[in-house]
Design a protein around this ligand. Structure first.
Ligand code: FCB
Length: 455
């Protein structure tokens, strides 16, 4: 595939702290909700935990050298709050800050832009014990933590991203039981939605107070793109997308969101000032995109509402239909047109922000092969095909007027895939978990050539 992206287009890869670092008890880190959750029997597939993960807390140099070899312009990684603020007393842990400073400085030596995610789901357990995202105190704690990180790393960070996928951090984590803390409260997850929006705004304000406009500000969402019945799509758009984007970018919740959740949520947890705080100027909206859903309205009544666990409270009368293949190893359908449609739609609605694809990639059943000369390889032609088709869709959106400025492949290396543990491989680098040996997959080599051939 010819690389016709503009010269200043940013190519990168992405990871997240709990998925790669391991070293959960080292240098003063406190437990996070993902430590607790993954150690709960039955909570993750095969009981996998992030205790060791890809051991990147120790192998960070090797991993950053991979990035340098790949030739990326930027690296999106997350900072673990449990390493920075390990106790409720507000005193930062110097060793945690030192670790991320080494990463940032090494990236800069390589000429790679650091793109930091401040919250990629690893909430300190002590905050969860006080109510977690159901308690607004958490939002303020995140603001304080952001200030601590900004004071140390300041404008060496190219882009500050507040949250990764608040949809998962609220509905999947408090509404359902799929992710930590896995409370399964159904509509009881709505306060978490508001407190995540508030935390986003408080973090932007905290960092901007210190760094000013020398860095860019952003937030990353998965914006599930639904195909099918228009009513069902509209309802899900309100719950999954606009419940976050409208407060952050418009300073209000859609009236229709209140209407469709009437009877299950009174939204009285929104306090005066919350929306003003949530609504802060940002430069970039991060889009995580993997696949699409197909939905329809069912015959079940919307009221009385569900009270049990739900990944989408307020949508009890919507059916999720099987999608057309082919599917990835996650069972997610491959739909590059969905990426194009998502970018066009998001830009149409929020034209004031640049867009960056902060995650896109594919889980495959990768096989490590040992060549006769002892070298190793992974022939992941299916992943290369997936990436080529999604890059082409992104380029079409760019040509059609979307201010798309970057693309981060998920992920630099295989890692702890949350509920699925080590069973699902998203990396362009293969990790042998028995030895922690890294092997570049064919997709790594393809991406390296693709980046180098730009322009
Ligand atoms: C996203 C997460 C990321 C990774 C991918 C596959 O929802 O942000 O950490 O697990 O899915």
């Amino acid at each position: 595939m010819e690389n016709t992206f503009p010269k200043d287009f940013v190519f990168g890869t992405a990871t997240a702290a709990y998925q790669i670092e391991g070293a959960v008890n080292e240098d003063g880190r406190c437990p996070s909700i993902w430590d607790t959750f993954s150690h709960t029997p039955g909570a993750t597939f095969a009981g996998d935990t992030g205790d060791v993960a890809t051991d990147s807390y120790h192998r960070w140099r090797e991993d950053l050298a991979l990035l340098n070899d790949l030739g990326v312009d930027a690296y999106r990684f997350s900072i673990a709050m449990p390493r920075i603020m390990p106790t409720p007393n507000g005193i930062p842990n110097a060793k945690g800050l030192d670790f991320y400073e080494r990463i940032v400085d090494t990236l800069l030596e390589y000429g790679i832009k650091p793109v930091v995610t401040l919250y990629h789901w690893d909430l300190p357990q002590y905050l969860e014990d006080a109510g977690g995202w159901l308690n607004r105190v958490t939002s303020y704690a995140l603001g304080d933590y952001a200030a601590v990180v900004a004071k140390r790393l300041g404008d060496r960070v190219d882009t500050w991203t507040t949250l990764n996928e608040p949809w998962c951090a609220s509905y999947l984590s408090y509404g359902a039981k799929e992710q930590a803390p896995g409370l399964g409260l159904g509509p009881g997850a709505f306060p978490a939605v508001n407190h995540l929006n508030l935390a986003h705004g408080l973090m932007v304000q905290a960092v901007r107070d210190i760094v000013g406009d020398k860095s860019k500000y952003s937030v990353t969402l998965n914006m599930p793109f639904n195909r099918g019945d228009a009513d069902a799509c509209h309802r899900l758009d309100l719950i999954a997308n606009r419940a976050f984007l409208d407060p952050m970018l418009r300073g209000r919740y859609p009236d229709e969101l209140f209407a469709i959740t009437k009877g299950i949520c009174d939204w009285s947890f929104i306090q005066p000032g919350d929306l003003e705080n949530a609504h802060q100027p940002i430069d970039v909206l991060g889009v995580n995109y993997y696949s699409t859903n197909r939905v329809a309205m069912s015959d079940r009544p919307q009221f009385p509402q569900e009270t049990g666990p739900s990944t989408c409270p307020g949508a009890s009368d919507i059916d999720w239909l099987p999608t057309d293949g082919p599917h990835t190893d996650m069972g997610w359908n491959i739909d590059p047109q969905g990426l194009y449609d998502t970018l066009m739609r998001v830009h149409d609605r929020y034209p004031e922000v640049d867009l960056v694809i902060t995650e896109n990639g594919m889980a495959c059943r990768d096989q490590l092969v040992v060549n006769e000369d002892g070298t190793k390889a992974v022939h992941d032609a299916d992943r290369i095909d997936y990436l080529e088709r999604h890059f082409a869709a992104a380029k079409r959106a760019l040509d059609d007027g979307v201010p798309l400025s970057g693309y981060f492949v998920w992920s630099l290396l295989d890692n702890f895939e949350w509920y699925f543990g080590y069973a699902k491989r998203f990396g362009i680098t293969y990790v042998d978990y028995a030895t922690q040996e890294r092997t570049k997959k064919d997709s790594f080599l393809w991406y390296r050539d693709f980046i180098a051939s730009r322009g």
